[in-house]
Design a protein around this ligand. Structure first.
Ligand SMILES: N[C@@H](CCC(=O)N[C@@H](CS)C(=O)NCC(=O)O)C(=O)O
Length: 239
């Protein structure tokens, strides 16, 4: 049985970590049995969550974990879509995970005190008060450094959100009225898309990015549908 190490559930979402939502959605999509251990990234093999333990084999990074699951459990790399469609899906996955993700990280770690407090409580609230403040301060410094290193942190807020809105529009226009991003059946692109988008439209983190994403009704409806299909035990967070 696979053990999935991830943050505790919060905010009425499967996870506050976009990559933990991605992985757990993938496991459910392919009906691969798993158990959850709630943890923080401090002890993760690559210092990030999620990671898994599959009968003693520890793997970190959702992309590598998906490769492992696909080879071990026979779930082909979205075998029902053509190589050309796979290339499109992969490009959107990179847009989500390597660009839009970082703009959403800005909104949590470096965009207003109330967002920071909500983020801090959700991640570090499990720790005793002093440890909570110390860990939160260390991580805030660390994540802000990553945001700067990525490059997005060097732009002004309006510039960041304009770029984020471009991503949102591309995703909304591509999804159109299809049930899933690549058509009638879900693919691994949907695991990334739901993980990142639900954390923008369904979390209590307020920003122009959230406002814009919520204005694209098909993306909002998509997140609700994905949650109802793969996490039926979690009612949609109140609007
Ligand atoms: N490429 C990694 C990204 C994982 C990741 O960024 N996880 C975040 C939470 S969403 C994390 O644990 N960050 C802690 C840190 O960077 O210190 C994956 O696909 O798993």
């Amino acid at each position: 049985m696979i053990t999935l190490y991830q943050f505790a559930r919060t905010w009425g979402l499967p996870n506050l970590s976009q990559f933990c939502v991605k992985l757990e959605t993938y496991l459910r999509m392919h009906e691969i049995p798993y158990q959850i251990v709630e943890t923080l990234p401090l002890k993760a093999p690559r210092g990030k969550l999620p990671f898994i333990d599959d009968e003693g084999l520890r793997i970190a990074d959702s992309r590598l974990i998906l490769h492992h699951l696909q080879s071990k459990y026979g779930q082909g790399e979205d075998a029902h879509i053509s190589p050309e469609q796979q290339a499109t899906a992969k490009s959107f996955q990179r847009l989500l995970e390597e660009h839009l993700y970082w703009i959403s990280m800005v909104t949590r770690w470096d965009y207003g005190e109330s967002n920071w407090q909500a983020n801090k409580q959700a991640i570090f609230g499990v720790l005793p008060p002093i440890a909570r403040d110390v860990a939160a301060a260390i991580y805030r410094k660390r994540i802000k450094k990553q945001i700067l290193g990525h490059g997005i942190g060097r732009l002004s807020d309006p510039e960041k959100f304009a770029l984020g809105s471009e991503d949102i529009d591309s995703l909304a226009d591509f999804l159109g009225d299809k049930p899933y991003f690549m058509g009638a059946q879900p693919t691994s692109l949907d695991t990334s898309a739901y993980g990142i988008l639900v954390n923008i439209v369904g979390s209590p983190i307020e920003s122009p990015l959230k406002d814009h994403a919520r204005s694209r009704q098909n993306l909002y409806d998509y997140c609700r549908r994905m949650q109802a299909e793969f996490f039926p035990e979690l009612p949609w967070p109140a609007d």
